[in-house]
Design a protein around this ligand. Structure first.
Ligand code: FAD
Length: 452
């Protein structure tokens, strides 16, 4: 058993953990980062599959994500824009394919008006919400005890409008069925991106990518930490008291004055805390759960959709792949499409064989782009549900009523234990930007406390 002593122990080498560790180092504190996996990055994972570079996890950067943008700039990484020239595609309730430009789906005039009116109402509500404390809004309880779906259906009888409004925070973001989370949770998701309109604007929310892949962010941050990052070290036990912590993995023991849990809250219970965490944390952590989405990558010998004037941006709440985009790598002659299958659709697909699943997904993509979509040269499904150290995608959110009941305590330290993860963020919630913000916050709280 190797034994080491540091000022701060960071558990998890994702964007949050590597950010916190670098900040602490800069403040003159010594660190050790223990990572369960054999790689750095967590939900950021850029890999080459059958000769194609794929972003298996997170990849996009939006214009408001200042914390992430600053880190990207500081690390000397370059970004490029998602391809978006040409028409988008929408598949309506009757299965008919419509080409369109702009943000509004090509629906009937009446439905368009309903969508525009409710969007305006949502933007006004979101403007009143502080993403860092949505529970502080005077209507937090009321908005946290009605489901997102039920609230939308109270606003209108127009089913197509409801489905199009619902999926922006449902299938596309929280990746849970819209009856499984609250209006307040939905407003937080929108507030974390600045407004509901920003969230539904693909050109905003899916704006840029990093040349060479977004996993370079945690990788380069970890490189700066050198030998202080320890891979294949799942923390099994964390003893804690006012004097500090002792973490034990299968091979190491780390003593430190503080610890940061820098991973998804659904995994806290993988660690045996000695003594147990307080009652409040025991309760709160049980009300958080991971969403679930399959990210599908299909690589073709060329971006064939561009030849017919399509941008590849495609949406339909009636399709298995509810959204899909051009995901061609910078400087690549081949064309890559990325599609997403969310929540219950994803559950259902995993009851099928891999061959059947692929056929169903490519069939759905072909509804947007034509039959050529059925013949990729590389096909890959990111399945984060089977990843022991993540257990879903994209991130964790509260179930009904949990956000106003527990939200205020999410980031509150317990003795020497601090918490940092994208899933606890306000701005940048569930995104890499939020992970970095939470890494900075936990580190600055520890620096302040260490100087007391
Ligand atoms: P994580 O990345 O989950 O890192 C936590 C680390 O802790 C992991 O490496 C894990 O192995 C480790 N760990 C867990 N338990 C232990 C333990 N007991 N001991 C030691 N180590 C442990 N965000 C965007 O901004 N843009 C996108 O386009 C985007 N798309 C996404 C697509 C997919 C498919 C997924 C899965 C996510 C996407 N996200 C996106 C979300 C983004 O990737 C995450 O929000 C962010 O990377 C989370 O960073 P984190 O450091 O908070 O947590």
């Amino acid at each position: 058993m190797t034994e080491i002593t540091r000022d701060v122990l960071i558990i998890g080498a994702g964007a949050a953990g590597t950010t916190a560790a670098n900040d602490l180092r800069k403040a003159g504190l010594s660190v050790a980062v223990l990572e369960a996996r054999d790689r750095v990055g967590g939900r950021l994972w850029t890999d080459v599959i059958e000769g194609a570079m794929l972003e298996i996890g997170g990849q996009w950067v939006s214009p408001d994500q200042d914390a992430l943008k600053d880190t990207i700039a500081e690390l000397g990484l370059e970004t490029y824009s998602r391809y978006r020239e040409g028409d988008s595609v929408y598949v309506g309730p009757d299965g008919q394919v419509h080409r369109f430009t702009g943000e509004m789906f090509p629906v009937s005039e009446a439905t368009e008006k309903v969508i525009a009116d409710i969007t305006e109402r949502l933007d006004a509500m979101v403007a009143e919400i502080d993403p860092d404390q949505p529970w502080a809004h005077p209507k937090a309880e009321e908005w946290d005890t009605i489901t997102w779906d039920a609230w939308l259906r109270e606003q209108t009888d127009d089913d197509e409008a409801v489905r199009n409004l619902a999926f922006a925070t449902g299938s596309a973001m929280l990746t849970k069925p819209t009856h499984a989370f609250s209006l307040l949770q939905s407003l937080l998701m929108a507030a974390s991106a600045g407004s509901y309109s920003n969230l539904v604007d693909a050109d905003f929310i899916l704006d840029k990518r990093v040349v060479g892949g977004l996993q370079q962010v945690p990788q380069l941050l970890a490189e700066r930490l050198g030998d202080d990052v320890f891979l294949n070290q799942p923390v099994r036990t964390l003893e804690w008291s006012d004097a500090g912590v002792i973490a034990t993995t299968d091979q190491m023991t780390v003593k430190a004055r503080y610890a940061i849990l820098a991973f998804a809250p659904v995994l806290y219970n993988r660690i045996s805390f000695v003594p147990a965490l307080p009652r409040r944390q025991h309760q709160m952590h049980q009300h958080l759960s991971m969403g679930f989405v399959i990210k599908v990558h299909a690589v073709y010998d060329r971006p064939f959709w561009r030849e017919s004037g399509l941008s590849a941006t495609a949406f339909s709440p009636y399709e298995l792949c509810h959204e899909a985009y051009d995901n061609t790598n910078h400087g690549d002659e081949r064309g890559t499409l990325v599609g997403f299958v969310s929540d219950q659709n994803a559950d259902d697909l995993f009851t099928l064989t891999a061959e059947e699943r692929k056929e169903r997904i490519l069939e759905s993509l072909s509804h947007y782009y034509g039959p050529e979509a059925k013949n990729p040269v590389v096909y890959y499904e990111s399945d984060w549900g089977t990843e022991e150290w993540t257990r879903g995608a994209y991130a964790a959110s509260f179930d009904m009523g949990g956000l106003h009941r527990y939200g205020a305590d999410l980031r509150t330290p317990v003795g020497p234990i601090h918490f940092a993860c994208s899933d606890l963020a306000g701005a940048g919630y569930q995104h890499v930007d939020g992970a970095i913000r939470m890494g900075h916050l936990a580190a600055s709280n520890i620096v302040a406390s260490s100087r007391d």
